[in-house]
Design a protein around this ligand. Structure first.
Ligand SMILES: C[S@@+](CC[C@H](N)C(=O)[O-])C[C@H]1O[C@@H](n2cnc3c(N)ncnc32)[C@H](O)[C@@H]1O
Length: 288
């Protein structure tokens, strides 16, 4: 069933929200237009953490970030299938997702949509479906982002009951990488098999923390505390340790990472590529 589903999804153009997700999104946009005066008439920068800016970012960026994540998840599933890897999302009865810098939840919603669409595909092909339990943890320092994350996930999840996708979600106010251990100590995964970590459109933030010397300092402390060899000081090292701690603290066999980056103003494509390459080479050293 999975190969047929992936082929059908990857070849459908243009990509569309599932109808129930579209309802959830347009419903929340309507509510925000009533609740947050005038956000649609201004332009805000991404660094602006105000309620108006967060509503504007939700209106402007959620669909693009969702579709990039959805497409990437389909590709990840195809790659896992081809390499016969167990690190995939479909066909397991439970899934745990940690969405780092979740914002209003674009990438978490894409992970839910993948499970939802697969259940729909099975029903359409008269195949039995079994319940899928999903634990979604959204980590973000901005309370307004977490509020929208909760409202979107709640609203979409209610519409997934029919297809037996059962969602528990936890909005956690915190910063990556330093607060990841706290997250791991507070919550337990749905299974020890695998966890999906999402880093969607947060590379610029991680780069800024690195340039300010914050993550390099954190890497030194983390290594000292664990009696490990001296810090490398390279971009991504502290994040790598944070993700490695998922394997240790939760005793999970496999961590898959979905990384999405948008080429933005001021940074050249090759700079993003280099930054991402550094980050993921360090992450992969730690996790695979
Ligand atoms: C460009 S938005 C991306 C949101 C979402 N992941 C997406 O793809 O639509 C970046 C998010 O990272 C959050 N953020 C900023 N600093 C962070 C940190 N140190 N750790 C985790 N998230 C952070 C911001 O509050 C914001 O919600």
């Amino acid at each position: 069933m999975i190969p047929g589903f992936l082929t059908e999804e990857l070849s459908s153009r243009p990509f569309r929200f599932p109808a129930s997700l579209e309802q959830a999104y347009s419903g929340l946009i309507d509510e925000l237009q009533r609740e947050v005066a005038g956000f649609g008439r201004c332009t805000y920068c991404l660094e602006d953490t105000s309620r108006e800016s967060v509503a504007w970012q939700f209106d402007r960026y959620l669909p693009a970030h969702y579709f990039k994540s959805y497409y990437s998840l389909l590709q990840m599933e195809s790659d896992a299938l081809q390499s016969q890897s167990d690190c995939h999302l479909l066909s397991w009865p439970s899934l745990t997702v940690i969405d780092v810098g979740c914002g209003s939840g674009a990438a978490s919603l894409a992970a839910l949509a993948l499970l939802h669409r697969y259940q729909q595909y099975r029903i359409a092909h008269c195949a039995p479906i079994v319940p899928v339990n999903v634990l979604l943890i959204g980590v973000d320092p901005n309370p307004y982002m977490l509020e929208l994350y909760s409202r979107m996930v709640e609203s979409y999840s209610e519409r997934l009951e029919h297809e037996l996708v059962r969602v528990t979600y936890i909005p956690h106010q915190g910063r990556f990488p330093e607060d990841i251990r706290q997250v791991l100590r507070l919550y337990q995964p749905n299974n020890r098999h695998s966890v999906l970590v999402i880093l969607s459109n947060v590379v610029r933030i991680l780069e800024d923390l690195y340039s300010a010397g914050e993550t390099s300092a954190l890497e030194k402390v983390l290594r000292l505390l664990r009696g490990k060899k001296p810090a490398s000081g390279i971009f991504g090292a502290a994040e790598g340790i944070a993700i490695e701690s998922i394997l240790e603290e939760w005793g999970v066999n496999c961590v898959s990472i979905l990384g999405v980056a948008t080429i933005g103003s001021g940074l050249k494509p090759h700079q993003w590529r280099d930054a991402l390459h550094n980050l993921f080479s360090v992450l992969s050293l730690h996790t695979f």
